[in-house]
Design a protein around this ligand. Structure first.
Ligand SMILES: Nc1ncnc2c1ncn2[C@@H]1O[C@H](COP(=O)(O)OP(=O)(O)OP(=O)(O)O)[C@@H](O)[C@H]1O
Length: 283
């Protein structure tokens, strides 16, 4: 059993519109250190709202109306994320918990080089680093995600979609956070590039031991890469178990329905998803 790095308890988030919408209803989950936790469920079930609220990135009319989010630092000590004030929250983000958003590759600044943007983040969050150290760190993270460091001099439009998305992952890794939340990080990319990037994320996790919350409606993909999977349905976490258990013996009827909606997961061939290789799956 891994020691926990994040504990979410009974988190409730409401969009306080004319007809209030409870987008997340009393959600509880614990993220283990170095664990890849998949968060699955159909569009509109509350995955993004949950992820944003955990990092306090939600905006009005969204409001957290109940529950707690506690970060367990590797150096010991707990941080109540819902109580952090502005400056402390700003410092906490990126350095301890970073996010890769849906369509993040389009959020790079088009008029600045990749190197400038990595350097800027380091300047803001690690003022103690020298210019040379920042440069070395920028090169290192870029190469870790499989982008040649010569790209530091490139502008976003000079990179492919896959490279831009890798750059965003590099950006999220820049300050060596203990948690990375990835919201559909590869959906905009073609399948081959998606697979490469996912393999990279798993490899980086193995090397660097950060925990990942990986949000997607692509359940087969989660069965391959996640250690555990949480399934959300209408704002509630209805299932939370190991990927193996979810695949073999999902408890909640909605999870079973979700599994059935991916024909590749049913019958004997379903084994390939969890145990086989990509080549065999597509054969
Ligand atoms: N700004 C808003 N105002 C009112 N309701 C909202 C707002 N944003 C989201 N919602 C509602 O909250 C619920 C959860 O939405 P959310 O985007 O978290 O779902 P999701 O599972 O991430 O969906 P997707 O996979 O499409 O991103 C939905 O019913 C949605 O309509």
């Amino acid at each position: 059993m891994r020691s926990p790095v994040l504990t979410v308890e009974n988190l409730t988030v409401v969009y306080e519109t004319e007809q209030p919408v409870t987008a997340v209803r009393s959600a509880s989950l614990q993220l283990g250190r170095g664990e890849i936790l998949g968060l699955a469920g159909e569009s509109g079930c509350g995955k993004t709202t949950l992820a944003y609220a955990v990092n306090r990135l939600h905006q009005p009319p969204a409001r957290i109306t109940g529950g707690s989010v506690v970060f367990h630092d590797r150096d010991g000590g707990d941080i109540d994320l819902l109580a952090l004030k502005d400056e402390a929250l700003r410092r906490f983000r990126w350095s301890q918990l970073s996010m890769v958003f849906q369509g993040a590759m389009n959020s790079l600044n088009p008029v600045r080089t990749i190197g400038y943007q990595l350097d800027d983040t380091l300047k803001a969050h690690a003022p103690e680093m020298s210019r040379a150290e920042r440069r070395a760190r920028s090169r290192e993270v870029l190469e870790r995600v499989g982008v040649d460091a010569v790209r530091l001099r490139s502008y976003p439009h000079e990179l492919s979609g896959g490279m831009r998305q890798r750059t965003m992952i590099a950006m999220a890794m820049l300050l060596q956070p203990q948690i990375m939340i990835m919201d559909e990080p590869t959906t905009a990319l073609d399948v081959v590039v998606q697979r490469e990037i996912l393999r990279e994320i798993v490899r980086l996790r193995d090397e660097l031991d950060f925990a990942v919350v990986f949000i997607t409606h692509d359940l087969p993909l989660l069965l391959e890469i996640a250690d555990r999977i949480a399934v959300m349905y209408r704002g509630e976490i209805v299932e939370l178990d190991t990927a193996e258990q979810v695949h073999r013996a999902a408890k909640h009827p909605y999870t079973r329905k979700l599994l059935e909606s991916f024909p590749s997961l049913t019958g004997d061939r379903g084994d390939f998803v969890r145990h086989g290789h990509g080549e065999e799956r597509s054969a």
